[in-house]
Write a protein that binds this ligand. Structure first.
Ligand SMILES: Cc1cc2nc3c(=O)[nH]c(=O)nc-3n(C[C@H](O)[C@H](O)[C@H](O)COP(=O)(O)O)c2cc1C
Length: 170
């Protein structure tokens, strides 16, 4: 699909059909994550593919924003592998995880899958539920699947600021 069409048509899907996501499509999503740019190409992303009944049950217990998705990607970063900005002191992990998540979100739509970016979770709960090592920080969840027939954008989807509101031309 043409990129502009994806930008225009994509919306956050929060209601899914009771159908699994095919393994080939999962692999395509992970390939998108592999090709995403990261600071210094350090590739600190670590992705957990939650698809077993047990994993889905666990993630739904951690957040209401897993919705009824048959697949949830938990995007983490390995804090031992992040790039440190010597000027600002900032580390790249959250940015890297965001780019990886964006790539997968757009690739999902391109393949006919809906998703919703989710921050509504307590990382401590995720650490406990999935026994994550200390050096992995979970940043984003991406519940995924085929959109339910009645899935529709919420009003917020249409609230775009005017370009002049967020742009300064110097
Ligand atoms: C960083 C980030 C965090 C978000 N967290 C949540 C969330 O926890 N739960 C949820 O339902 N939607 C969440 N969203 C989805 C936004 O509400 C949604 O992208 C925004 O309202 C624009 O709508 P659209 O995606 O349909 O265009 C999040 C989106 C982003 C980018």
């Amino acid at each position: 699909m043409e990129l502009n069409k994806i930008f225009e048509e994509r919306f956050s899907v929060r209601s899914f059909k009771d159908a699994p996501v095919e393994e080939e499509k999962i692999q395509e999503l992970l390939k998108a994550a592999q090709l995403a740019p990261t600071a210094h190409n350090n590739q600190p992303q670590r992705i957990f593919v939650l698809k077993s009944g047990e994993s889905i049950e666990k993630i739904r217990a951690c957040t209401k924003c897993a919705f009824n998705a048959p697949l949830v990607l938990m995007i983490c970063a390995n804090t031992d592998e992040v790039w440190h900005n010597r000027f600002s002191g900032a580390v790249s992990s959250e940015t890297d995880a965001a780019i990886v998540t964006t790539y997968m979100m757009l690739k999902a739509w391109d393949m006919g899958l809906g998703s919703c970016w989710v921050h509504y979770f307590d990382p401590v709960k995720l650490h406990e539920a999935f026994d994550l090592p200390e050096n992995l920080t979970p940043y984003n969840l991406l519940p995924l699947g085929y959109a339910a027939d009645d899935a529709a954008p919420i009003p917020m989807h249409f609230e775009n600021k005017a370009i002049e509101e967020f742009t300064t031309v110097l």
